[in-house]
Design a protein around this ligand. Structure first.
Ligand code: CMC
Length: 428
């Protein structure tokens, strides 16, 4: 007999099915809860709520396991290319040679953005944060490809939108950077690989060629893979919920970029470097800053520490810490921020406050140090996260559509005023 869960309300017992995933995770299926009991559940931050079943990414927070479509993150980060991983996430299997060739060719064909988009960039203030620019540019793509707004397009048409987005995000990201530093835009070069092309658009000048350093390209490949998906996090859930209204893919991804921007999510990578700089400028007294992080009356948090799901260690952080050491050594960069970060990690990991709450360095703790060594400015760190996360968002959006999920629309328990009569302004 299949497992069930019983709930007792007002002396009546209701039974609900328990569903089990392929890794034996269990969930009480409460689809019929309100219909049968007239009750809903309350779960701020969705700490205990599964919004969907998904076959994309498996994450075990207790044991620090992360797998894309069954493949361990450690193997993918070591052996795969970012485009292979993108294909894997979006289409479910690692591509065969010919499939990867076609995928790359299609993406390469779509790297250019419409010339009219250049004018949008020029209208932004020079201090515009590249994440704000990127989110606007991505939703703007839907106006250049109005056919993408049809929710009933063929699979081929959806694929074209997916390839366009994968092709154009690095171009738009590099343009948002060039615009911020008031340098001329560099067009994509189709003979270059995905990552090398992005680096070229970021760092070449019309007057001078740029030769992407293979150490830099390889580090970036690894970082993008590590960020490529993370199941139902804040931005992925945003993408799915926006897409569930049948909003087009560009609009859904733009919403995901906005969600990622927040300092509690992807914005933490910029916040970590700013925090480390601030601590250094302040004299480097780590005990003082750790005490601030522990003080409930102080809003300061140790950025790059803690995770909603990982309560033991973040497997991505483990790989990134090692990569930071390797990259800095290979590039001959001596960044005191790395030493400071390591010292901070050591102190925090011995402190009962952090131990008791399961607070460990997350993916963002060391990534900024690598980006800095690759000469990527700190305002671009979260944009780099977005470049990496794009295939995951696309896979989540596609799965939501294929599952024919209903529009996302949580309920609430109302705690406001009961009915009262309108009072005219002179009597208030
Ligand atoms: N520094 C100090 N205390 C912390 C921190 C931190 N970074 N993170 C959590 N806590 C404390 C928090 O105050 C609470 O303490 P108490 O139980 O005494 O009230 C306890 O730990 C649990 O925290 P929470 O905020 O309820 O946990 P959450 O699961 O809602 O939040 C988090 C997860 C990632 C938002 C949070 O740990 C945080 O704000 N970290 C810093 C920002 C950060 O690095 N974000 C990047 C996340 S990884 C990249 C990504 O995928 O987005």
């Amino acid at each position: 007999m299949s497992e069930t869960a019983k709930i007792e309300i007002d002396g009546k017992t209701f039974e609900f099915p328990v569903i089990t995933g392929t890794e034996n995770e269990k969930a009480i299926d409460i689809k019929k809860l309100r219909g049968t009991t007239n009750c809903i559940t309350i779960d701020p931050g969705f700490k205990n709520t599964g919004s969907t079943t998904s076959a994309i990414t498996y994450l075990d927070g207790e044991n620090g396991i992360l797998r894309y479509r069954g493949y361990p993150i450690e193997q993918l980060a070591e052996k795969a290319t970012f485009l292979e991983v993108a294909y894997l996430l979006i289409y479910g299997e690692l591509p065969k040679e010919s499939e990867l060739k076609d995928f790359k060719k299609s993406i390469t064909n779509h790297t250019l953005v419409h010339e009219d988009m250049k004018q949008f960039f020029e209208a932004y203030p020079s201090q515009a944060h590249p994440m704000g620019v990127l989110a606007s540019m991505v939703v703007s793509l839907s106006t250049f490809y109005p056919e993408s707004q049809d929710p009933n397009r063929s699979d081929e048409a959806v694929d074209l939108t997916i390839h366009r987005l994968l092709a154009k995000l690095p171009t738009l990201a590099a343009m948002s950077y060039k615009n911020a530093v008031r340098h001329p835009f560099i067009y994509p070069k189709n003979e270059l690989g995905y990552i090398e092309n992005f680096l070229n658009m970021m760092f070449a000048m019309p007057t001078e060629d740029y030769k992407p350093n293979p150490v830099v390209a390889s580090a970036l490949n690894k970082l993008l893979i590590l960020h490529a998906d993370h199941e139902q996090n804040c931005s992925a859930s945003t993408v799915r919920i926006v897409g569930s209204s049948q909003a087009n893919l560009y609009a859904s991804i733009s919403a995901g970029i906005s969600a990622l921007w927040g300092p509690l999510h992807g914005g933490a990578n910029q916040a970590v470097i700013e925090m480390l700089d601030k601590i250094q400028e302040d004299g480097g007294d780590l005990d003082k800053w750790i005490a601030k992080a522990k003080d409930k009356n102080d809003p300061f948090r140790l950025m790059g520490f803690g995770h909603r799901v990982y309560k033991n260690f973040d497997p991505r952080a483990k790989i990134i810490k090692k990569a930071a050491d390797d990259v800095l050594e290979q590039l001959g960069v001596d960044d005191p921020a790395l030493d400071l970060a390591k010292k901070m990690e050591k102190i925090a990991l011995e402190d009962p406050y952090f131990i008791d709450r399961g607070l460990y360095p997350n993916v963002d703790f060391y990534s900024g140090i690598i980006y800095k060594a690759l000469n990527i400015p700190s305002e671009m760190f979260t944009v780099m996260f977005a470049l990496g996360r794009l295939p995951g968002w696309i896979a989540q959006w596609k799965e939501m559509k294929e599952n024919k999920e209903p529009i996302g629309r949580p309920r609430q328990i109302y705690t406001g005023e009961n009915e009262r009569d309108y009072v005219s302004i002179e009597k208030r």
